[in-house]
Design a protein around this ligand. Structure first.
Ligand code: ASP
Ligand code: MG
Length: 461
């Protein structure tokens, strides 16, 4: 059994739906459970409609809903030989959404619960149309309302699934169909409370749904079908020859996500990671192209490869100097207590004999910090810096890696180097203006032609 999750762009129109259906059809022997996002920008439109309704611009709200359903209806008539039953069902849904919006406009009140009921229609439209498409192709389909299985708490808009209950409900309502050879089609993002109120898991929540369902059915794989070829070795806007990473550990993915790299949010795939299920990120339009596997079994990179580069900036570098630091105990505690009192987050830290260097957000209240530390330490401030990080399991144990990286950077001198905070991150602080050059130098060294010839073996162990 596998989970196949398609994001909004992968089901945005008739052509994309056909592509997605091809992929499902080709995978039918793997007993797929299909999880869909809302088509294109439908969710945004429904949120905006709800907001319009409560702001007493009902006409605008209804206009948005009309556009959403017109798009879905056009898609349906383009897709299906016999669209009538689906078009009728869409019409009934539209009436429901309109009724909800009129209620909101009348009461001038939009509760999180009502908002969820409205926006969940996006995913419900997508699965209705997609299930009809699979059925017309002669495939055995079970269209499953996610609210039957995705039991959550009552935090509307950001509900937390109740995993043990979810597992039981999946046993009852989903597994029998998969075992009977049916392709299950259900909504991501949507859930329901014990009393049956519709909930949503938070924006972008369908990946989480996919991982949760993957865990509940003990899937062999959770496939996230989207519009990128997996996770890339670097931001392609900075490094032209960035390419997909074949395999990442969950911790590497989390490390990259912390740098703002375009990668699945670590929390969303946690259920799959807990169940040791690989999650793959694939491109819907290039199904035979490269993709990334986030493999919970990957613990180390043999011969210490770097999985990817990431960067973040601007950051401000603070260097605090005090002769009191010399062999004094409690110095760092006192120093960082001042940061804590001012709510300043410390990111990278490096220490020397009488000074401490750290990076902070550019918005940090540095004047107040300087005052707070007056008489204790002097602060040197360097703005407009950035952090460039190389991420890979087992980095620290990789022979010669630091030397290679520093040599590749020459003549750029990193202002701070952090290595060894954990075993999968080597970070450099450089000037913001140098980031592009630094990223390209490192990328050429570790992912370029020469590196490729002696490519580190990336093994799951
Ligand atoms: N449709 C929802 C959203 O746009 C959920 C998702 O796409 O994952 O946030
Ligand atoms: Mg989406």
């Amino acid at each position: 059994m596998i989970v196949m999750k398609f994001g909004g762009s992968s089901v945005a129109n008739a052509l994309r739906m056909h592509n997605a259906a091809d992929l499902v059809e080709n995978a039918k022997h793997a007993q797929p459970c299909v999880v869909l996002s809302a088509m294109g920008k439908t969710t945004d439109a429904l949120f905006a409609a709800a907001q319009d309704a409560v702001s007493a611009v009902l006409e605008a709200a209804l206009g948005r809903v009309e556009a959403v359903f017109a798009m879905a209806t056009t898609t349906t008539t383009e897709l299906l030989r016999n669209p009538t039953p689906t078009v009728v069902a869409l019409h009934a849904m539209r009436t429901d959404v309109e009724t909800l919006l009129r209620g909101v406009a009348l009461l001038r009140e939009l509760t999180p619960r009502t908002r969820d009921a409205i926006v969940a229609h996006g995913e419900r439209i997508a699965t209705l149309v997609f299930a009809a498409l699979l059925a017309e192709r002669g495939l055995p389909v079970a269209h499953l309302d996610a609210r039957l299985v995705m039991r959550t708490d009552e935090t509307h808009g950001a509900a937390t699934p109740l995993r043990p209950i979810l597992r039981d409900l999946v046993q009852q309502h989903l597994l029998p169909q998969l075992r009977a050879g049916q392709i299950v089609v259900t909504q991501g993002y949507v859930g329901a409370t014990t009393t049956g109120a519709t909930t949503t898991l938070g924006r972008g929540g369908s990946d989480w749904s996919a991982a949760l369902l993957g865990e509940a059915i003990a899937a062999e794989e959770v496939q996230i079908w989207t519009d990128v070829e997996g996770v890339l070795t670097a931001d392609p806007r900075l490094v032209a020859d960035a390419r997909p990473i074949p395999v990442l550990s969950p911790a590497e993915a989390a490390e990259l996500a912390a740098f703002g790299a375009k990668v699945l949010h670590p929390a969303t795939i946690q259920p799959a990671v807990d169940a040791c299920i690989p999650v793959t990120v694939r491109h819907t339009l290039r199904p035979h192209g490269a993709f990334t596997t986030i493999d919970p079994r990957l613990r180390t990179r043999e011969r210490g490869g770097i999985a990817a580069l990431a960067c973040r900036g601007p950051v401000t570098v603070l260097t605090m100097t005090s002769t009191r630091m010399l062999a004094a105990s409690g110095y760092l505690a006192n120093l960082f207590a001042a940061f804590g009192q001012l709510g300043i987050c410390v990111d990278l830290v490096a220490t020397a004999e009488v000074s401490v260097t750290c990076t902070v957000e550019p918005e940090a209240p540095i004047e107040r910090l300087t005052k707070a530390l007056a008489g204790f330490a002097t602060i040197d401030v360097a703005e407009g810096r950035a952090i460039v990080a190389a991420v890979g399991e087992g980095l620290r144990r990789s022979p010669g890696l630091l030397a290679r990286a520093v040599t590749a950077l020459h003549p750029i001198n990193p202002e701070v180097v952090c290595f060894g905070g954990n075993d999968r991150n080597l970070s450099f602080v450089v000037r913001l203006a140098e980031v592009g050059s630094v990223m390209n130098r490192l990328h050429a060294e570790f992912f370029g032609q020469a590196a490729r010839a002696s490519a580190p073996v990336q093994e799951a162990s």
